[in-house]
Ligand binder design. Sequence first.
Ligand SMILES: CC(C)(COP(=O)(O)OP(=O)(O)OC[C@H]1O[C@@H](n2cnc3c(N)ncnc32)[C@H](O)[C@@H]1OP(=O)(O)O)[C@@H](O)C(=O)NCCC(=O)NCCS
Length: 173
Amino acid sequence: MALPFAPKISPLMKRHKRGDFSCGKKPLNDYLQSRASQDMKRGLAAVFILEGGNEADIAGFYALSALSIEAGDLTEFAAKGLPVTRPVPCTLLGQFAVHEKWKGHGVGAWLLGHVLLNVTVHAGKVGSFALIVDATDDEARAYWRHSGFIPFPATPNRLFLPMKTLKKWLEKQ
Ligand SMILES: CC(C)(COP(=O)(O)OP(=O)(O)OC[C@H]1O[C@@H](n2cnc3c(N)ncnc32)[C@H](O)[C@@H]1OP(=O)(O)O)[C@@H](O)C(=O)NCCC(=O)NCCS
């Protein structure tokens, strides 16, 4: 689906009008407006902005961080062959949102495509077993399920997508 504006991704910068961003979920708006910049400065997250037609407008954003998990937390099938005596390195998609004015126009699908490409390239340089997301509510959980993510058995609001699956998806593009 063609987007209603020419998409451009940039790391979060001062020029981005964070106060104008609203995705309908307060914790995500608050993160972008109050914490994202600090997280970038402290090296806690890499925050990427989808610019919505001009350099200042934010059509969507996402944040990535490193995270390690225990193999035993995954589904039995996914954990097969993984070490049980040391943590498994993964990538956390800690935040992901689209401005509410663009909802239902394919912007989320485009932005998720960018996440998957970015994460796959990164995993080629720094090992990462899977991309992990934490769903903030049932609606978000449904979105991640719809996008192919698999729930952790004991914590179903945490979901994962193995890098193996991502690579196969990319090969088909
Ligand atoms: C969830 C969100 C990112 C979707 O963005 P969007 O631009 O409206 O989504 P798109 O138009 O690209 O739709 C992509 C697909 O996801 C589906 N979808 C969208 N929201 C969905 C939901 N809540 N549950 C299930 N599927 C959903 C669409 O039907 C579409 O499916 P299709 O490709 O089979 O046609 C956006 O609504 C948002 O920012 N919500 C608030 C923040 C949030 O919940 N973030 C995710 C959890 S952290």
